[in-house]
Ligand binder design. Structure first.
Ligand code: NDP
Length: 289
């Protein structure tokens, strides 16, 4: 039993990235720039966006939060993204999801140039990932991969991912397949989920259901990656964050597990910054710094 300390791993990776950003600035006079588009006033999104911009500043990446009124039209957002696509100063464009229902999120995401699609969510980038020649890898899946690579060689390992969303489960299944893992992608219609999990080397939970994965779903060689971030009330009615895994009961049984908070979350932000940096180099055809 061991906790996989995503916060510590992300801190080390961010420190390494900071040196590279500083070198890029010195040698090429380039400071990577990220634009985050936030539509409306979703409290959770506000927190995520603020954390992203604090970490960006820490590693020396410029970040701008573009706040838009919840009533903005789809056409207006598309126009704004088109301006950002052409702005040579901008390396990464991110639209914080969810966005209001009257705007089609697929249309908005697909309007971001694939070369600036720092989240890697648009159809061209997902297509390239599926073909095994990624241009940008979505941040949370990439963060999960980096955490797993600290623990084991994925080749030939049996992995189950619970949750098939376009932003976590699906791209993660493509990524881990490319790493030669044997991947089961489970979802709400999957039968006998508990039994499917029991014999796996790796279980990744990304459902948004608090404490769903229990002690009798895991074995003593399991490595658990908990992507979930859920706010619940504790016994004293205080708001706390928990994952999709019942950490307290599972921890003593498994080989290793990520905590919530402090596991996947910090790695997602690290990967966003790393992606911004990588896109800044790729767009200018700079090989390595
Ligand atoms: P979605 O709601 O988009 O997807 C949830 C997935 O879980 C769906 O595929 C759904 O299946 C599946 N699911 C729901 N109920 C069950 C069930 N009973 N059994 C098996 N599968 C089920 O969620 P996201 O992928 O956006 O997010 C998942 C979690 O990860 C959330 O807690 C979110 O907050 C967190 N998150 C954390 C991030 C981080 O950086 N740590 C980043 C992004 C998300 P179906 O497709 O059949 O409906």
């Amino acid at each position: 039993m061991k906790t996989i300390n995503g916060k510590l791993i992300a801190t080390k990776l961010n420190s390494n990235l900071k040196s590279k950003v500083s070198y890029l600035k010195k040698k090429h006079k380039i400071q990577p720039k990220l634009v985050v588009i936030l539509v409306g006033k979703n409290p959770a999104s506000e927190v995520y966006v603020r954390n992203k911009s604090i970490k960006a500043a820490e590693v020396g990446i410029k970040s701008v939060i573009k706040r838009l009124d919840a009533k903005i039209t789809e056409e207006e957002i598309l126009k704004l993204i088109s301006i950002y696509n052409q702005d040579n100063e901008i390396d990464g464009i991110l639209v914080q999801l969810p966005i209001p229902m009257h705007i089609r999120s697929e249309k908005v995401i697909d309007s971001i140039s694939f070369e600036k699609d720092v989240d890697g969510f648009n159809s061209k980038n997902i297509g390239l990932l599926a073909l095994g020649r990624p241009h940008v890898i979505p941040c949370t899946p990439l963060g999960c991969l980096k955490l797993l690579q600290e623990e084991l060689n994925l080749s030939g390992k049996d992995v189950i991912i619970i949750g098939r969303s376009n932003i976590v489960g699906k791209p993660l299944s493509l990524l881990l397949t490319s790493e030669n893992a044997t991947v089961t992608l489970a979802h709400s219609k999957t039968k006998n989920l508990k039994n499917l999990c029991r014999n796996k080397d790796v279980i990744i939970a990304a459902t948004g259901i608090p404490k769903m994965v229990k002690k009798d779903w895991v074995n003593n060689k399991s490595i658990i990656i908990d992507v979930g971030i859920n706010q619940i009330l504790d016994n004293n009615k205080n708001k706390i964050l928990v994952g999709d895994v019942d950490f307290a009961s599972v921890f003593s049984k498994v080989k290793a597990i990520t905590p919530v908070p402090g596991g996947v979350g910090p790695m997602t932000i690290h990967c966003l910054l790393q992606n911004t940096f990588d896109l800044a180099l790729k767009r200018r055809n700079i090989k390595e710094v």
